[in-house]
Design a protein around this ligand. Structure first.
Ligand SMILES: NC(=O)c1cc2c(=O)c3cc(F)ccc3oc2nc1N
Length: 327
């Protein structure tokens, strides 16, 4: 093959492997056997070694970056990443819904989402390339953990969107990965992680991306920070748009036309949360219309157009063994 044919072959391998990865990690619906993925991945790695000038930064072989960092750089969020106010019971939710309806013109609609118990993350894309990934930090300044986030296979390294797009989501560790990680730590007589959120946070705070890469983290995107070419008018449209751009969104979200529907959604997931293969610590209720969100605005800390209903803390069943140990 001549140089152009080699470059074309490498480009098509990147496209094919990224499409395989999207089906497997974002849609949870593998389209080819692992052997087919591995064969093409090995061919691409070989060509990238022989022709580094044609290697692309969105090649899946480049997900596990180079050397460990000495420290994380600070990142200032152009759009602050606020935190959610809390609701602890039905009355709190009814008060939130009433205040929101009073604060907007016209009929109000809500969107309910599962509250993923992980780490709030921002992903920035410029002209279709993943260029910056960061933690929430204090809401204004977070840490640049791009090299660790590149190892999360459900995060696309390139998208078909010109201009600047910044999306927000929750990085988390699925139950399966959490149990396997703690089993491995116990075998190595290391302290197990107390819960999946701590395990995800601990994994993303590693300076060596090779360690983060082994932790099988995942992410659900749930919002847009900055979107240069956006013409969306509601939160539910933005969830659909994120999905269409190739981001992993949580499929359990639901538009609710009344507080009664919100309360039904909360009751359902209070009971069925244990059927999920990831941890949730509540339900997020958001006003759907972006115009209504603008009318409601923010307090110093939180949006007035969203609230986090927190599940009651699960009573810890203390077994006799624990009591004996504690005496
Ligand atoms: N953990 C979550 O699953 C989750 C978290 C947030 C937020 O923290 C959040 C914070 C804001 F200021 C505004 C909207 C938000 O939406 C959110 N939506 C979610 N689904």
């Amino acid at each position: 093959m001549n140089k152009q044919e080699i470059k074309d072959r490498m480009d098509s391998l990147v496209e094919i492997l990224n499409q395989y990865g999207y089906s497997y990690y974002v849609l949870d619906n593998p389209t080819v056997p692992d052997s087919e993925y591995d064969k093409k991945s090995r061919e691409l790695e070989k060509l990238e070694k022989e022709y580094p000038e044609f290697a692309r930064e969105d090649s899946p072989t480049q997900r596990i970056g180079g050397e460990p960092l000495d420290a994380f750089q600070k990142v200032t969020h152009e759009t602050p990443m606020m935190s959610l106010g809390n609701a602890f019971n039905e009355q709190d939710l009814r008060d939130f819904a009433r205040r929101a309806a009073e604060g907007v013109s016209g009929d109000i609609t809500f969107v309910c989402e599962l509250k993923i118990d992980g780490l709030a993350i921002s992903l920035k894309y410029r002209d279709g390339r993943f260029v910056l990934g960061s933690t929430r930090g204090d809401g204004r300044v977070g840490e640049d953990i791009t090299s660790n986030l590149r190892t999360i296979r459900s995060i696309p390294l390139s998208i078909k969107e010109a201009g600047t797009l910044e999306v927000r989501g929750e990085a988390f560790m699925p139950h399966k990965s959490f149990l396997a990680l703690n089993k491995e730590r116990e075998e190595k007589e290391e302290e197990p992680f107390a819960n999946p959120r701590n395990a995800a946070a601990g994994s993303l705070r590693q300076l060596d991306p090779k360690i983060a890469a082994k932790r099988n983290l995942d992410i659900f995107l749930y919002g847009v920070g900055e979107w240069e070419n956006s013409n969306i008018t509601s939160h539910s449209e933005s969830l659909d748009a994120l999905h269409d751009l190739g981001f992993k969104t949580n499929k359990e979200w639901k538009r609710c036309k009344s507080i009664e529907e919100v309360l039904e959604y909360v009751a359902y997931w209070t009971e069925h949360r244990k059927d999920l293969n990831y941890e949730i610590d509540g339900i997020v209720v958001k006003v759907d219309s972006l115009d209504h969100q603008d009318e409601l605005g923010f307090t110093a800390k939180s949006p007035r157009w969203a609230i986090a209903y927190k599940f009651p803390a699960e009573e810890v069943v203390t077994t006799l063994k624990d009591i004996e140990l504690s005496v």
